[in-house]
Unconditional design. Sequence first.
Length: 329
Amino acid sequence: MTKYGSFPGARPRRLRTTPAMRRMVAEHRLHPADLILPAFVREGVAEPVPISAMPGVVQHTRDTLRKAAVEAVEAGVAGIMLFGVPEDDKKDALGTAGTDPDGILQCAIRDVRAEVGDDLVIMSDLCLDEYTDHGHCGVLDADGRVDNDATLERYAEMAQVQADAGVHVVGPSGMMDGQIGVVRDALDQTGHEDVSILAYTAKYSSAFYGPFREAIGSSLKGDRKTYQQDPGNLRESLRELALDLEEGADMVMVKPALPYLDVLAKIADSVEVPVAAYQISGEYAMVEAAAEKGWIDRDKAILEMLTGIKRAGAGMILTYWATEVARGL
């Protein structure tokens, strides 16, 4: 005992004394193989089109998409998630450009597969919202509501054409009931048993999707609250998880990432399949905007957010910073 009282015997700070010490005892580490790059490819453009709400992200041409895929491979990124942006005059009520074998997404899949082969896991967004003139993720009924079962028929067609184009993984993202089972059956019945399904298991109706709407040239009026999940619900995600796994999902995902880290952690603790999280456009835009204002340290903020997502349980992270971060790692 000193005149100042007892000194602490346990000193956790001993393990924080130097960069080498902190690196040695780190519990979670980012790795390039954790990262998946979402990428947009736009039909009918000669040059990449910047997305104003997502500084540094563009709608690619088919040629620049090939280059981006090569750069991702060189950086060690694990995968690329492709989104097609058709010309406006090709949008219709059924989203037929999404099932056209020569539609922009199918062309992009073939382009990337020809460029990088199996060196990058090629994933595709399996949803109708990019291709419909009303902007919803499915077919509408006579009353203007999304018709779940009619939409499933369209998803089955999309799965087949995307698999025919050479995709490794399809990502059904429309949050239709039964979509994983229908897509799995469609793939298996057309000889595509090896194509995996990344289920958008917990996809919330979020305010953070705003910049993405610009990225895909969305025609949406209104919202998607009748099929995307309510932000206040957690048990609902576990029910969706059980259904997706029963229907044949190979991997599951939580989207968005940052506002739903508790959901991500709960799902990661509950399953034996790989778990992904999507750091969405609004999360990206907030960091870029704050950094542009000089309010935060951009690079440190990016790594801190990604580490938090990894710590919460994501083995795979979809992030628009994938190639940049992988190079730094």
